[in-house]
Design a protein around this ligand. Structure first.
Ligand SMILES: [Fe+2]
Ligand SMILES: [Fe+2]
Length: 316
């Protein structure tokens, strides 16, 4: 993560672009309040205060919506780690520092709102949730030795992935209140994505080869921040089977639109190193697309088998 000179130089050159995009972000982002999205009249005490503890039949969410809510909230909960990740790479001074603060404050609202909703509506087991939060936050999230540009490329994709995941989770809940809340959070994630995507677009113009190499590294090695979370593999599979987030969505609705915005495959300003990175990226995307197709086909076969047995597949 050492800021060797080309990386530090790009960050300094990007500073006015950060300032411009921060102003733009603040002008567009609308104030909202987590408490507006929580049906408080459904809340009641748990056994500790003379009420009743959680039991599975109290949840109105099916298995896939519960898995997605659980993963989405825990992912939001690890904000201290993400704050550290971006604060150490982008710094705490000037426009970069202002963005880091603003972004952190916006992200915190997501975890607050989701937790309030889930506890009040008894959507998931609050004991399991709290234990998993303790565990996940104690481990923390560490993205390794990403350079500042790799971190920028990563968050461009990750914010959009989070947007898609929240949006589809909202639909999967079958609850108009949760749907509204998750659509609201997804709007924030989209604005975060636009901010990072604009910065990365500027980085492409400043140092096309460095930017191209960073993008290829991040697409090829992409992993959601929740990978170290309790039950992540099992929950990711449930989420993918339900079509809330899967390889097809990752390829079509996350990676491809961001690459298109940067005109990655139309650029004529790459040197030999950038060209090599772009070729590697194209090859990887062909493989990802094929893998996504195989996954969707096998999911369809599974759904057909379930339908034949009279079982209803969870969220298509
Ligand atoms: Fe978030
Ligand atoms: Fe975000």
């Amino acid at each position: 993560m050492a800021q060797t000179s080309p990386h530090a130089a790009v960050l300094t050159e990007l500073e006015p672009v950060v300032a411009e995009n921060l102003d733009r972000h603040i002008a567009i982002a609308k104030e909202w309040h987590p408490h507006d999205y929580v049906p408080w009249d459904e809340g009641r005490n748990f056994a500790f205060l003379g009420g009743e503890d959680w039991s599975p039949e109290q949840s109105r969410l099916d298995e896939s919506a519960q898995a997605a809510m659980f993963v989405n909230l825990l992912t939001e909960d690890n904000l201290p780690s993400y704050h550290r990740e971006i604060a150490t790479r982008f710094g705490r001074d000037g426009a970069w520092g202002q963005w880091v603060g603003r972004w952190t404050a916006e992200e915190n609202r997501h975890g607050v709102a989701l937790r309030d909703y889930l506890v009040v509506t008894r959507g998931v087991d609050p004991v399991e949730l709290e234990r998993a939060r303790m565990d996940y936050m104690t481990t923390g999230y560490d993205s390794g030795d990403k350079t500042p540009l790799e971190a920028l490329a990563y968050v461009s994709f990750q914010e959009l992935a989070t947007r898609v995941s929240h949006r589809n989770t909202g639909r999967a809940t079958g609850d108009p209140v949760a749907d509204k809340l998750l659509a609201r959070i997804a709007t924030d994630e989209n604005l975060h994505m636009v901010f990072y995507r604009n910065l990365m677009a500027a980085a492409f113009d400043i140092d096309p080869d460095l930017a191209m190499r960073a993008v290829t590294a991040e697409v090829v090695g992409f992993e959601m921040p929740g990978a170290t979370m309790t039950g992540f593999r099992k929950n990711s599979m449930i989420i993918a089977k339900a079509g809330i987030y899967d390889l097809r969505l990752h390829h079509d609705e996350v990676v491809s639109p961001v690459l298109r915005a940067w005109k990655v495959f139309e650029r004529t300003d790459l040197g030999p190193e950038g060209e090599r990175a772009r070729e590697e990226l194209a090859e990887f995307l062909t493989g990802l697309d094929a893998q996504a197709t195989r996954f969707v086909e096998s999911r369809e076969r599974m759904r057909a088998r379930m339908a034949a047995k009279g079982q209803v597949p969870v969220h298509v």
